[in-house]
Write a protein that binds this ligand. Structure first.
Ligand code: SAM
Ligand code: SF4
Ligand code: SF4
Length: 342
């Protein structure tokens, strides 16, 4: 594992610099995707975080300002579904002011984009990723376990592009026997639209989604399947540490990506930290626990003390779960993706 870091920069035990912060602004979601928040585990009795335990916009913004001094270049708002949090554009506006140079992105299921895309863009959001696993209504509803028409998500994607938040990235989790037979249809639907589909290998996040390795379709197999119908050419990565492997259509009608977290892990280039909605700092998607920043935030510690905490957590980091994934990692405790933020 190797990373080249500039002198004086905050790096972890493997020399990986800190660059990206994913902020979960809520653990709630209006979808019940079977691979993320299965209804059996996240039913009506599920205890979501009470309002008092969730970081306020002021608290999030203060942390972002401090992370800014440690090399923060990219912020991604996520959840749960971030669009469920009241008045999200106000948070974007506050973050824009606190981190003027940072790239600010949002990942959403797209259900509320039709009304929110323009206010988010006006507030200073740079980019949007919409999760959409199938363009076929029946498969979409089965995988996302919602009574929500796929057409509304598609309208949301167009609204995001019209608001200047494009190219819109469209994330599709691929699960064997569930939607793997639709990858060509999904790719074809968005070919030539200017949006970029990224197929994601089904991951063993959390402990409730019943993950099995034999339900994973590898990125290579997805590219092969799409490429047979729509010829593809490999593209060079845009920057070091880019998560998606990029392909372009040979006829020049756009590009697609695959995110191969399971079959070709990219821990060596992982520069991401995650802040949960209740203020815990995690240094890996598969971590069992995070460092609480809310208590110090609320007990009146100084900025300098908070920065020391952040530096301490990142410098001690030695996570590389996806590289170690094996029978030995199978039973390990992990937080749910809807809590930590994808
Ligand atoms: N609700 C928003 C959404 O769905 O875009 C943001 C949060 S969601 C947890 C972030 C991303 O994680 C989504 O693109 C989703 O498809 C992905 N995801 C969730 N569970 C996954 C799993 N088991 N394997 C791969 N990706 C997963
Ligand atoms: Fe909600 Fe996103 Fe998880 Fe689906 S993937 S249940 S939309 S948080
Ligand atoms: Fe980063 Fe952890 Fe994913 Fe590896 S497994 S890429 S360290 S989040």
């Amino acid at each position: 594992m190797s990373q080249t870091a500039e002198p004086g920069r905050l790096v972890d035990r493997f020399g990986r610099p800190f660059r990206d912060l994913r902020i979960s602004v809520t653990d709630r979601c209006n979808f019940r995707c079977t691979y993320c928040m299965p209804r059996e585990a996240f039913g009506p009795g599920f205890q979501f975080l009470p309002r008092s335990e969730i970081l306020s916009y002021e608290e999030i913004t203060r942390l972002v300002r401090l992370f800014g001094a440690e090399g923060l270049a990219k912020i991604r708002l996520t959840g749960g579904d971030p669009t469920l949090r009241h008045d999200l554009p106000t948070l974007v506006e506050m973050l824009r002011a606190a981190a003027p140079e940072a790239d600010i992105a949002l990942t959403t299921n797209g259900s509320r984009l039709l009304e929110l895309a323009q206010p988010l863009a006006d507030a200073g959001l740079d980019r949007i990723t919409v999760s959409l696993d199938a363009v076929d209504d029946a498969i979409f509803r089965a995988m996302n376990d919602v009574e929500f028409p796929v057409a509304r998500v598609l309208d949301g994607i167009e609204a995001a592009a019209a608001a200047g938040l494009g190219p819109v990235k469209i994330n599709a989790v691929v699960q064997k026997g569930v939607n793997d037979h639709t990858v060509v249809e999904t790719a074809r639907y968005f070919q030539g639209s200017g949006h970029i589909v990224r197929f994601i290998e089904f991951m063993d996040v959390g402990t409730t989604n019943g993950w099995r390795l034999d339900e994973v379709i590898s990125g290579d197999a997805i590219v092969e399947r799409v490429g047979e119908a729509l010829p593809l050419e490999a593209m060079a990565p845009l920057y070091e540490g880019e998560v998606a492997k990029r392909w372009r259509y040979a006829d020049g009608s756009g590009e697609l990506g695959v995110i191969t977290s399971v079959t070709q892990p990219f821990c060596g280039e992982c520069t991401r930290a995650r802040l949960s909605a209740d203020g815990k700092l995690y240094t890996c998607l598969f971590a069992a626990s995070g460092r609480d920043l809310r208590e110090p935030l609320r007990s009146g510690v100084s900025d300098a003390e908070l920065s020391d905490l952040i530096r301490e957590v990142w410098s001690a980091r030695e996570d590389r779960y996806s590289e170690l994934r094996s029978s030995a990692t199978e039973g390990l405790p992990k937080v749910e993706m809807s809590y930590i933020g994808g």
